[in-house]
Design a protein around this ligand. Structure first.
Ligand SMILES: Cc1cc2nc3c(=O)[nH]c(=O)nc-3n(C[C@H](O)[C@H](O)[C@H](O)COP(=O)(O)OP(=O)(O)OC[C@H]3O[C@@H](n4cnc5c(N)ncnc54)[C@H](O)[C@@H]3O)c2cc1C
Length: 277
């Protein structure tokens, strides 16, 4: 439970962080609630930690040019309590308030959670359902990665070496958009055994994303096709649940077998669709 020794550098700007990361075995430290446990178990052995918690430009949540922009350094608690998020993306506030406990919510960041890409984390399903883009910055400047291209497998993403997530950008949803996040939590950590995020637009387009179910969070296009543009009724909800989680490799562990997880995914999709009906 003791990590290998490492250097520590606290930085004030993103450029300083990118320069500090040029050492191959350096790692960003944000809230530390995923990285430090991994270091204590020696699953991660960085030679240097680059602490980004004091970078002011990574904080804050605002509306800008038709997008809601959440700084990568916003904590789960910042997002859960934010007025703009509560009014325009209520399922982000709900999801954030379901993460871990008070200490985890006060330190853990959305950027850290997305970069870590835990298969049971809540943010991946939420950003996928919201059609978000992940804005990253590296030595070649900034680029945007669509959430649907970001999660590439178990604890893996399309982030390049030395790239830092700087913000999450979500198109401002049209008035009348409804959202829901429903999760079946692991009773101690509150990580998602199954989490389902749904965003239903006024024209009937319906985005559905799952976390906890497979190696990485994903959009369920089969279930989306059943309900998009159609009235949400008991029949269409049942049909969407039947179509859901069909072509994915479903996880099985000591919390939930493959069969039970598949069942839970359908139950939590039904709950989420009922909430946006
Ligand atoms: C007891 C406990 C319960 C938890 N319960 C839940 C839960 O219910 N749901 C849930 O979703 N999560 C849960 N978590 C995880 C928690 O949300 C973490 O805080 C989060 O996953 C990581 O964010 P962080 O800021 O702590 O990142 P860190 O631990 O500092 O970093 C995690 C990884 O991301 C990298 N990184 C950090 N920030 C950036 C950035 N801006 N750009 C690029 N890379 C970056 C780091 O180098 C590291 O590899 C729990 C954690 C604990 C300890």
């Amino acid at each position: 439970m003791i990590p290998v020794s490492f250097d520590y550098q606290k930085v004030k700007t993103v450029d300083e962080a990118i320069a500090a990361l040029s050492n191959d075995n350096s790692k960003i430290l944000a809230g530390g609630h995923s990285l430090l446990p991994a270091m204590k178990l020696r699953l991660s052995q960085p030679s240097k930690l680059v602490d980004i918690a004091a970078i002011a430009s990574l904080k804050g949540i605002k509306e800008e040019d038709g997008e809601i922009v959440i700084g990568a350094g916003a904590t789960h608690a910042d997002i859960a309590g934010d007025k703009l998020i509560k009014s325009k993306l209520p399922f982000f506030a709900e999801g954030a308030s379901m993460i871990g406990d008070v200490q985890v919510r006060n330190h853990g960041t959305i950027g850290g959670s997305l970069a870590h890409a835990d298969p049971a984390a809540d943010w991946p399903a939420l950003v996928l359902a919201a059609d978000a883009a992940i804005e990253v910055q590296g030595s070649n400047g900034k680029r945007r990665i669509k959430a649907t291209d970001f999660f590439t497998g178990l604890f893996s993403t399309s982030l390049q070496d030395n790239e830092i997530i700087v913000a999450i950008r979500i198109p401002v949803p049209a008035q009348g958009t409804k959202t829901s996040y429903q999760k079946f939590s692991q009773p101690a950590s509150r990580f998602a055994i199954v989490g389902c995020a749904v965003m239903r637009f006024p024209d009937g387009k319906t985005n559905i994303a799952f976390t906890g179910v497979s190696d990485n969070a994903f959009r369920d296009s089969n279930a989306e096709a059943v309900v998009s543009g159609k009235v949400i009724s008991n029949d269409s909800i049942a049909a969407a649940a039947k179509a859901a989680v069909q072509s994915v490799n479903i996880l099985s562990d000591h919390y939930a077998s493959e069969e039970y997880r598949k069942h839970l995914a359908k139950v939590y999709l039904k709950k989420a669709l009922q909430a946006v009906a």
